[in-house]
Design a protein around this ligand. Structure first.
Ligand SMILES: [Zn+2]
Length: 378
């Protein structure tokens, strides 16, 4: 017998660089919860030995199966550590979802291009290509299954990527609101241009410019998900930009399904940047009252003026780490994760050691509990 009502758990990790969301979903039979992951992050800024926060959390909880893993877009602050999750012997991944606009092959070539850019002296090109290749390699068994429901590339609205009814008759459903199909098209064209260039490329300056153009475009294909549990609606915005939100708002296939943007909580897109802020989308999110908002900081983001702006359209803003590099970064002696029993919202000054927030919603859409996710410091 459950002592608490079935709740949807949303665990957002965002240790000032990178983000990852673990979804803890009540199961059909009321037994062990079901889990899914959206994006991945590590504690340290680089290095293969750094702690993969969501993976440690799953292991601590004894979770052995992820129903799905979703990569919203191919930026390092969203995929770092994903290869380790996919390779983990003790955690099985049932399905893989990612943004449309490229294929396994183009991603592989793109990874090589990044390596080339690094060789050509692009200081921003990192070792990320190695991780992307590792992810592709780790995905092979899933691809071999040739089951389209287990390997999805997302483009436009999808009403039901995953879902079921619990024993209480409450529906759990995950829908894709984005990326917008026109953005996927544009992204695919740019990627094709780059691949054509690659064939004839000599590692020149113009190549580096082209590569940067694609890198800057990644956000336009960011996946945007809706996780609905009864009346609780959680929107995970990835790094969607303002234009993506406008296209999602005008998406007639979504509208015809009556799938609104009204939300209980929003994982604010693109770390609360100005370029991702779409007032019309926030108006839609607030249709049933202002939502809770979770922001995962990135170096330089969110800016104080945007925090203020978001504070006016949300009922509460959770910041998973200090804004900007160096601020509020956890000083970790033991990497073991611990989870608070019941929540409190620290002020910005109290953020040390906090790498995320867990929010739990019941089927009526009420916030059941909240707690900071912290790394042990002693
Ligand atoms: Zn990002």
């Amino acid at each position: 017998m459950r002592e608490i009502p079935p709740v949807l758990g949303v665990h957002v990790f965002g240790p000032s660089y990178g983000e990852s969301i673990l979804l803890q979903m009540p199961s059909e039979d009321g037994r062990a919860d079901r889990w899914g992951i959206v994006d991945c992050c590590t504690l340290a800024e680089s290095g293969n030995t750094s702690s993969v926060l969501p993976l440690e959390f799953l292991r601590l909880r004894g979770v052995q199966t992820l129903e799905f893993a979703c990569l919203t877009h191919p930026h390092e602050d969203h995929f770092r550590g994903f290869a380790k999750v996919l390779q983990a012997q003790d955690v099985a991944v049932r399905a893989w979802w990612r943004y449309g606009g490229d294929s396994h092959r183009t991603l592989e070539v793109y990874s090589r291009l990044r390596k080339r850019a690094k060789g050509a002296g692009d200081p921003e090109a990192s070792n990320a290509f190695e991780e992307l290749l590792a992810i592709e390699k780790a995905l092979r068994p899933l691809k071999r299954a040739r089951d389209p429901s287990r390997f999805r590339r997302l483009s436009g609205y999808h009403p039901r990527l995953y879902g079921y009814k619990t024993q209480d008759g409450v529906e759990l459903r995950i829908a894709a609101f984005g990326p917008p199909a026109t953005h996927v098209q544009r992204y695919a064209e740019q990627t094709a241009k780059e691949l054509n260039f690659y064939v004839a490329a000599d590692g020149s300056e113009s190549y580096v410019r082209l590569e940067k153009a694609t890198r800057d475009l990644h956000n336009i294909v960011s996946v945007v998900l809706l996780v609905a549990f009864g009346s609780a609606r959680v929107i995970l915005g990835g790094d969607a930009d303002r234009r993506s939100w406008q296209l999602i708002l005008g998406d007639t296939s979504r509208e015809s399904q009556g799938d609104s943007l009204a939300s209980t909580a929003v994982k604010v897109s693109h770390h609360g940047s100005k370029g991702s802020y779409c007032p019309a989308a926030w108006e839609a999110h607030s249709a049933q009252g202002p939502p809770y908002a979770v922001i995962t900081p990135f170096p330089g983001l969110p800016r104080p003026e945007m925090l203020k702006e978001l504070g006016q359209v949300c009922s509460k803003v959770y910041l998973t780490g200090g804004p900007g590099r160096g601020m509020g970064r956890p000083r970790v002696k033991s990497k073991r994760l611990q989870m608070g029993e019941y929540g409190f919202t620290p002020h910005l000054a109290d953020l040390e050691g906090v790498v995320g927030y867990s929010l739990f919603f019941d089927a009526s859409g009420r916030l059941f509990s909240e707690s900071p996710l912290a790394v042990k410091t002693q």
